[in-house]
Write a protein of this length. Structure first.
Length: 253
């Protein structure tokens, strides 16, 4: 069975590792190519875009892919839409591996907004010390609010830097624990966090730390994702594939 994983997440890497351990599948992991030095992967990697849904459909046909797994970030909605369209064009089975959303619990001070521009507005006019827990390509709109001091942590350097007078840049690769993020927030005297509802455990440290420190979190809601079959864990993917293989065998495929 030839499988293409659309990745870039910890879950995609973990899934690829499980596939490599079984030795049952011919797996390729596709990365967008936005990180200068991506982590080593346990399966062959394809880097770069496909050219939209049609380009991905051509790839699925040319490479005779049997199953497409969308294990991209929950905010990579354009890629997920292309995956759904390409799967429909080619009749290749598609399964999405999407983390469940974080749910607000007692002590959380969330201000939920629709997008980045709404997050900029939610900061208000009074100066704040803001931890921008967003991708380095998503922070440009905050230049419209130069009165704030921004802390930006990213895997690769932010280039060009944000066009504001006060910004601090850290390059680091997660995951980060609650204790690490609490220390970071305290060290930089952060009073507000802007984050995406990424879900999962790897990025939750800052959310738990904000709760402990009684800090507000401006939380970007998830974008609308395609209406496709989806699961939440790597084990769920493996169970789905087992069922799919059994069903195919029973049909004589």
């Amino acid at each position: 069975m030839k499988i293409l994983i659309l990745g870039g997440t910890a879950e995609a890497r973990a899934l690829a590792g499980r596939f490599a351990e079984t030795g049952k599948f011919d797996v390729t992991l596709s990365l967008a190519g936005r990180t200068a030095k991506p982590l080593p992967q346990p399966v062959p990697v394809r880097s770069g875009g496909f050219g939209g849904a049609e380009g991905l459909a051509h790839y699925l046909r040319d490479e005779k892919i049997d199953v497409l797994i969308d294990a991209t970030h929950p905010y990579a909605d354009a890629i997920s839409a292309n995956a759904a369209r390409a799967a429909a064009l080619t009749d290749v089975p598609l399964l999405a591996l999407w983390r469940p959303v974080w749910e607000k619990v007692e002590g959380d001070q969330w201000i939920e907004v629709e997008g980045v521009s709404d997050a900029v507005a939610a900061l208000g006019q009074a100066p704040h010390r803001v931890f921008l827990a967003l991708g380095r390509n998503e922070i440009t709109p905050f230049a419209a609010a130069p009165q704030h001091t921004y802390l930006v942590r990213s895997v690769d350097p932010v280039d060009p830097p944000l066009a504001v007078p006060h910004a601090i840049y850290l390059t680091a690769r997660g995951p980060f624990s609650e204790a690490e993020d609490r220390a970071l927030l305290e060290r930089h005297r952060i009073d507000t966090i802007v984050a995406k509802n990424s879900g999962g455990d790897a990025a939750y440290g800052k959310i738990a730390a904000a709760r402990t420190l009684h800090l507000p979190v401006i939380m970007l809601k998830r974008p609308a994702l395609p209406d496709v079959e989806s699961v939440e864990t790597v084990d769920d993917v493996l169970a789905w594939l087992d069922h799919a293989g059994t069903s195919a065998a029973s049909r004589g495929v």
